[in-house]
Structures are given as C-alpha cells and as structure tokens.
Design a binder for this molecule. Sequence first.
Ligand code: CP
Length: 310
Amino acid sequence: MRHIVRAQQFTPQLIERLFHRTKQFKKTDGRGFEDTLRRRFILNLFYEPSTRTRLSFDAAARRLGMEVLSTENAREMSSAVKGESLADTISYVTGLVDVAVVRHPQEGAAEEAASRNEVSIVNGGDGTGQHPTQAFLDLFTIEEFMGRLTNITLVCVGDLARGRTVRSLVYLFAKYPGNSIIFVSPPEYRIGEDIKEYLTRHNVPFSETSNLSETLEYGDVFYCTRPQLERPNPYGHVICDERMTEIRVEFTMRLVHVERMKPTAIILHPLPRTFELHPEIDSNPRAKWFPQAHNGLWTRMSILEYVCVG
Ligand code: CP
C-alpha cells in the first residue's frame, strides 16, 4: 500500500517518473484518461479549510474516473464533533474508499493515519508539519519555468516558522545538486532548527536574513508565504498591531522589489495570499503563482495514479 505523507519520501527517480506523467496529463488537457482509476473511490477528509488542495484533488480524481466522497469541514460536520478519533474514522472509511486525502491541524496526523496501513493516505497538510503534494507541484512549476532543478538559488520569504509548504519544498529542493537557499523572514517567523540541521547534514548551503531587499539580485525562485495567523507562534512571540504593521511594510513584495530581480527570476506562492504580494506585481512576467496553482490539478492526477496503481 502506498502513502504520501512526507516530502522526503520522493526520490529524484520517482519525481522524474511522476513529472513525465504529469506532463502527459497537462499536454492532453487530461483527455483520454477517464478510465484510468474507474470504480475507485477517494475521500477528501478535511479538518481545516482549503480551496486549492481539496478542489484540485477532487478534479484530478474525476478526470481519472474516480468517485469522490468529501467532508470539507470534518472538524464540525463529521463525528469528530462527537469525539471520534482520526484513527477510528480511518478504520471506518477503509471499507469505503481506496485513498483518503487528509488535512488536519495536528502535525503528524497523516503519518499516524498511514501507519495503520488500512487505506492509502495522502497528506493534504498537517498543521505546521508538511504539505508534500504542494511541494511536488511547486517543484514541477520550478522545472517548468526554469528548465532545470539544479544550480538554483531559492529565496523563501515570509512566515517560515509555521509554513508547512516551505518546509516540504526545502526537503525536495535539497535533493538536487548546486542548489542553495536564502531564508528571509522577520525574526519572529524564522525557519525551524530542524530544517537548518537537515540542510547542514545534506551539505546544502543556506543563509538567513530579515532584509528582503538584500536578496533581490541573487534569487532565481522567490517563494513567498503569508503569516499563518490561525496558528500559535512556535517561539511564543505575541505580535502586537504595531509590529504587524512593520512586518507588512517590510515583507510586501512590490514593483520596486521585483524590478531589481533577475529577468529570469520567478515568484511563487502556495496561496492564499494576504498582503505579501501586492496586486501591482500581478501582471509582471515573473509572477507565476496562478500557473503554479493550476499545476495542482495535473500533479495530483499523477500522485493519485501512483498511489492507486504504482
Ligand atoms: N496551497 C494550499 O494548500 O491552498 P489551500 O489551503 O487553499 O488548499
């Protein structure tokens, strides 16, 4: 039984194979694959809000011929309200579906569900832990626009303390030679020690700064993120309104920033965005966050096919 719970589990060989399949799906607009997973069932089990992850898994599954069950507000509308554990829910749905995409506020929830090995689990985001299918579509987008996955300087910007998409992307990005990372965040939102230790262990050069301006000429890929205000700050910081106003000013990407970037640089964001990408840069050719989000459909088709049939 196959599960996708952590970005580390993708090998470069698996990534290459799934990218090849993703390109086939994208090139054909998904036509001709309607029977690929016919008579199989997917459950979107979402204990936290989502637009892109849930809808793209839903659309990807239907394009492969799957039947879709969905609890889009499982925290309030499933028997979790009555005290049912995720483990018991998973044991129950084993009899109903082939794959469960789980989004849950608790880090490690998807991994725990997968450890039961009763139904294939795809981690749709677990608290501040990981979001591996987002990282997979991010990596696909980087290759699509950069034409390579090596010798790239990735600049991760924003709330790096609680951003599960950044964490997962770093694990994938570190697999390719010649890459380096610059982490840019307010001190209150700095990247976790576990990620820095991982990069050190794998000899991936990285640096940290809270000055966005000093990174602009160096980055090939700028990966911006929003403050995850719905989660507590892991370092215990309470950010007052005045400090948040400063952060907004310092960490809003505007034309004045973008015009200093390399002409070949691209700007990504997992979305949803708040203040960090000013609408004045939406039409800049470096703005790639909507093509990135649209790649979620094609990449998730290849992930579902992999999980269901290998
Ligand atoms: N990027 C992402 O996970 O978006 P949603 O929260 O809308 O699914």
